[in-house]
Design a protein around this ligand. Structure first.
Ligand code: NAP
Length: 262
């Protein structure tokens, strides 16, 4: 079964297609994690974002199985901690076991490890990809210069860099830097770091009959940034996906970009 909602997707170099709206799971634990992921899949999300650090891979995997969806219908991302450099294969096997899957769609280095460990861990991710355990591999929280170090030393660019993003953090140079390097940007904490009470967001939201949160999430899509909002509430989970029925004008996008300069 494919997504009942036609979410645009980013084509990744390994052949995967990453739905541009995913479900974030940080701080969701135990029963709440299971229920929220199940609610997200029922609402139409086909992209789940977890990490070993979130200690919820088991619940995410259980909800995925119980959803009745085929494994191939859901894009699954997990991440390895920088401190796990040196034992990447064991960590990968544990993630696959917890998630109950035999491959990941995207495996990310959660934070840049220090010094040479970064290149060693990146090699381990590339090897996992070559062995068929991860369709695409990438990084998170890397600066452009850290990306360049990896690319220079390994000859391989990460498919994705997952970074903290939102109107307050808007930086055109960071976006064009990723585009120049052929790296897809995935934005995290889109709502948490945004003042949803900002009058500009309220005014645009009123124009379309949506919420400020939906405007912020839509703004990511207008910039071709994949976005992964988290919520533990079924109504918000559904609303955060329901952002395809309107689009922002170029002037509105530019005005929201301007929130970063305030
Ligand atoms: N790579 C990294 O280092 C990294 C770091 C941080 C996050 N992430 C990933 O990115 C995902 C998203 O980031 P995040 O969880 O930090 O923050 P977020 O998704 O921006 O915000 C989550 C917060 O916003 C609230 N919320 C959700 N929908 C809302 C809505 N429609 N209106 C108002 N409030 C709403 C949630 O509350 P309720 O739950 O009560 O609805 C929660 O408190 C994470 O879950 C994780 O998967 C990655």
């Amino acid at each position: 079964m494919s997504s009942p909602i036609d979410v645009p997707a980013v084509k990744l170099p390994g052949g995967g297609e990453m739905p541009m709206i995913g479900f974030g799971t940080w701080r969701l634990r135990g029963r709440t994690a299971y229920d929220s992921v199940l609610a997200a899949l029922a609402a139409g999300y086909r992209h789940l974002d977890t990490a070993t650090m979130y200690a919820n891979e088991g619940e995410v995997g259980q909800a995925l199985r119980d959803s009745g969806l085929a494994r191939s219908d859901v894009f699954v991302t997990t991440k390895i901690r920088a401190g796990d450099a040196g034992r990447a294969r064991q960590v990968l096997q544990a993630s696959l076991r917890s998630l109950g899957v035999d491959y990941l769609d995207l495996w990310l280095i959660h934070w840049p490890p220090r010094g040479a460990a970064s290149r060693r861990l990146w090699d381990d991710l590339l090897q996992a990809q070559a062995d068929g355990y991860a369709r695409d591999v990438g990084v998170s929280n890397y600066s452009l210069s850290q990306l360049d170090d990896l690319i220079r030393s390994s000859g391989r660019a990460p498919a994705v860099n997952q970074i903290n993003w939102g109107p307050a953090l808007y930086d055109a140079a960071v976006l064009s830097g990723h585009a120049d390097r052929g790296i897809a940007v995935e934005g995290y904490s889109p709502l948490k770091n945004t003042n949803l009470g900002d009058p500009l967001l309220g005014q645009i939201a009123a124009e379309y009959g949506v919420t400020p949160a939906q405007v912020v999430l839509r703004w990511h899509l207008e910039h071709h940034i994949t976005v992964i909002p988290k919520s533990a509430h079924p109504d918000r989970i559904a609303a955060n996906l329901d952002i395809l029925g309107f689009s922002l004008t170029a002037a509105q996008v530019a005005a929201i970009d301007g929130l970063a300069r305030r």
